[in-house]
Design a protein around this ligand. Structure first.
Ligand SMILES: [Zn+2]
Length: 362
């Protein structure tokens, strides 16, 4: 009985001391392990929270701070780089006018990309084109509006006919806004660059086609009122027809300051005619005008605006100086002398539209 409790007590002591030894070894192992990873044994219960916090903080801070810095840095960079790029064409700009001897035709395509990149530079470049081409051997561009009228009467809906009231409105506009209608002789001098010093500020040539009798009855008195000269293109073959001017009237218009020039004998479609027929139409009209009026009639106007190579050759071979088309635009010294443009006056258009047309350069 006694032996049993003795053994039991010894066993308990033994077990406790073994457990104590194991615990001590465990503690030693733990302490060695933790100390090698840099953490103290004490407060190890709080350590995981600290470690977690620190790790979290590092993870949170690094992604939130780093991208912001990178972002603002990246954002900052393009701004100065954007400011630099527009500067590049501006720096190149002065180089363009340096090529002052380049002709207008080859020069124009060069600034095209620059114009697209910086619209504000467009006007500057245009300005330099004009100023740099002026001193070039080629004469500077001379543009003169040539207005193209026909019949002057009341015929609503007919765009080729202008009412006397509307014609007067337009003449008054020209008079009040510094335009100077010029004679054909003055027009030719200006387009040839002669007497430019004495040139009126806004020269304009008024032309009337076909020789309608209303030009004598309606237009002439109005032009006389404003002391405006004009040019009349007639087809002498129509001079005895009703509604057309006769030679007596034509003579009076010439005396009133109108230049009388040929428009074919019978107002033909020239390209449909043989060379001989064309020659007759062109030369006979000139001959009759020169004989009847004692003037030079070497400025032609194509009936219907139509011509072909034969027409152009005839005009050249027979010493015509200029010819007017119905191509729309200002007449300029850069056009062929046989292909001068005009501005068609639509009898139905408003004064506003007339003004816009007059101020639109080609
Ligand atoms: Zn005509």
């Amino acid at each position: 009985m006694v032996g049993v409790p003795m053994n039991y007590q010894r066993k308990r002591i033994l077990i406790y001391s073994v457990l104590a030894g194991l615990f001590t070894i465990l503690l030693l192992l733990v302490s060695i392990g933790l100390s090698s990873s840099g953490y103290r044994l004490w407060g190890s219960s709080a350590a995981p929270a600290l470690v977690d916090y620190q790790v979290d903080a590092q993870i949170d801070e690094s992604p939130s701070q780093a991208p912001v810095e990178v972002y603002t840095f990246v954002e900052d960079k393009p701004v100065p780089s954007l400011e630099i790029t527009p500067d590049l064409p501006l720096i190149e700009e002065p180089k363009l006018p340096a090529a002052s001897t380049v002709t207008l035709d080859t020069y124009v395509p060069v600034p095209a990309p620059v114009l697209a990149a910086t619209p504000s530079a467009a006007s500057e470049i245009k300005g330099t084109i004009q100023s740099t081409t002026k001193p070039a051997p080629m004469p500077s561009k001379i543009s003169i509006p040539v207005l193209n009228y026909h019949s002057v009467t009341i015929d609503p809906g007919n765009v080729v006919v202008i009412s006397p009231a509307k014609l007067e409105e337009q003449l008054a506009y020209l008079h009040n806004h510094g335009f100077t209608p010029v004679s054909l002789t003055t027009f030719i001098s200006l387009i040839e660059g002669k007497g430019v010093e004495a040139a009126p500020e806004k020269p304009v040539l008024l032309t009337f086609d076909d020789g309608y009798i209303d030009n004598y009855e309606q237009a002439m008195p109005l032009l006389t009122k404003y002391s405006f000269p004009a040019t009349l293109f007639i087809s002498p073959g129509t001079s005895d027809q009703e509604g057309y001017l006769n030679w007596e009237q034509i003579k009076k218009m010439q005396e009133a300051g109108w230049d009388i020039q040929p428009h074919g004998m019978t107002h033909p479609h020239l390209p449909q005619l043989s060379a001989d027929q064309q020659a007759y139409e062109i030369l006979e009209a000139r001959k009759q005008i020169e004989e009847k009026l004692g003037t030079k009639a070497d400025v032609y106007c194509y009936p219907y605006g139509e011509y072909n190579k034969t027409t152009l050759k005839l005009l050249k071979d027979h010493g015509f100086r200029y010819a007017f088309t119905i191509e729309q635009g200002y007449a300029t010294n850069q056009q062929s002398p046989y292909l001068l443009k005009r501005l068609f006056i639509n009898g139905e258009e408003s004064l506003k539209s007339f003004i816009r047309k007059l101020s639109t350069h080609d």
